[in-house]
Design a protein around this ligand. Structure first.
Ligand SMILES: Nc1nc2c(ncn2[C@@H]2O[C@H](COP(=O)(O)OP(=O)(O)OP(=O)(O)O)[C@@H](O)[C@H]2O)c(=O)[nH]1
Ligand SMILES: [Mg+2]
Length: 257
């Protein structure tokens, strides 16, 4: 990827040079952390970590990369956590469990989404306007979101609406919520169903779920899911399993943990 290529939207806020973050005093966790599931994203990491908002911390969850992603992320100041079990959900959940901040965000690590757009999403949670904010992917470059992947996503949001009443335009991977609330959801999916299970359980628990548009550009590096039929099929199967699962209420938000 060309690191100078503009990827964020107009509302992108100031971003850090180093992704290390902190609370400004050197003590205690930062106010927000961004969990970045990472499987062979060496090409995208410099841009992604350069877009982490100032004062926040990036948690790169290395999921068995063989292209030096973990070393690159560490050199760029991110906290690197290792999750040897493959799976998008395994990586995301390990990042969530490793986090310590009040607010936790998720963002893909492939350069398709801009972490600099996360602060307004966190602000909505902080203000109480929403409990979970999901970024609705709006493709801004050709090839960012292949037709079959969009069709699968549209089918999933219809099923989500039937199952929960929640109207979303996308089961987007870019999110923001309170860490404690997310942990209380007790998410069990460790593969592609993780983002959907998060929304389903949040809805079942009575969370207010908001959606904001986020630009979506073609990923850097090799496509692993939406660009392949096998990956798409696995994702659809995982999501169906989530929607067929039992209704589990997570209890009130912010239970002590
Ligand atoms: N596919 C996949 N991605 C993983 C895994 N572990 C971590 N990831 C990361 O999860 C994020 C989302 O995965 P992507 O491969 O971008 O999935 P996608 O956006 O649906 O599809 P493509 O971008 O077309 O590959 C990326 O940052 C991956 O590096 C895993 O086991 N499988
Ligand atoms: Mg991607």
């Amino acid at each position: 990827m060309d690191e100078d290529e503009p990827r964020g939207g107009p509302e992108a806020e100031s971003v850090s040079d180093a992704a290390a973050g902190g609370d400004g005093t050197g003590h205690g966790p930062p106010s927000a952390e961004v969990v970045l599931p990472c499987l062979d994203e060496a090409q995208a990491l410099p841009w992604v970590l350069g877009r982490i908002p100032a004062g926040w911390r990036a948690i790169v969850v290395d999921n068995g990369s063989t292209d030096g992603s973990a070393e690159i992320a560490a050199q760029l100041g991110a906290r690197v956590v290792t999750e040897p079990r493959r799976g998008f959900g395994a990586a995301c959940h390990t990042g969530l469990c490793a986090a310590a901040a009040e607010f936790v965000c998720f963002c893909d690590c492939d350069g398709s989404l801009d972490p600099a757009l996360l602060p307004p999403m966190v602000a909505s949670v902080r203000s109480g306007a929403a409990d979970l904010v999901v970024g609705r992917r709006r493709p801004t470059t050709g090839g960012a979101w292949p037709v079959h992947a969009r069709a699968g996503n549209a089918a999933v949001v219809r099923m989500l609406r039937r199952r929960t009443g929640v109207r979303l335009g996308d089961i987007g991977p870019m999110r923001a919520a309170r860490r404690i609330g997310l942990l209380d959801l007790g998410l069990t999916d460790r593969r592609s169903g993780y983002p959907l299970q998060m929304v389903v359980r949040a809805a079942d628990a009575g969370w207010r779920i908001a959606e904001v548009d986020v630009p979506y550009v073609a990923r850097s590096g090799r496509s692993k899911v939406t660009g392949t039929w096998r990956g798409t099929w696995t994702a659809v199967r995982d999501m169906r399993a989530v929607l067929r699962g039992p209704q589990i209420s997570a209890g009130p938000i912010g239970e002590a943990r």
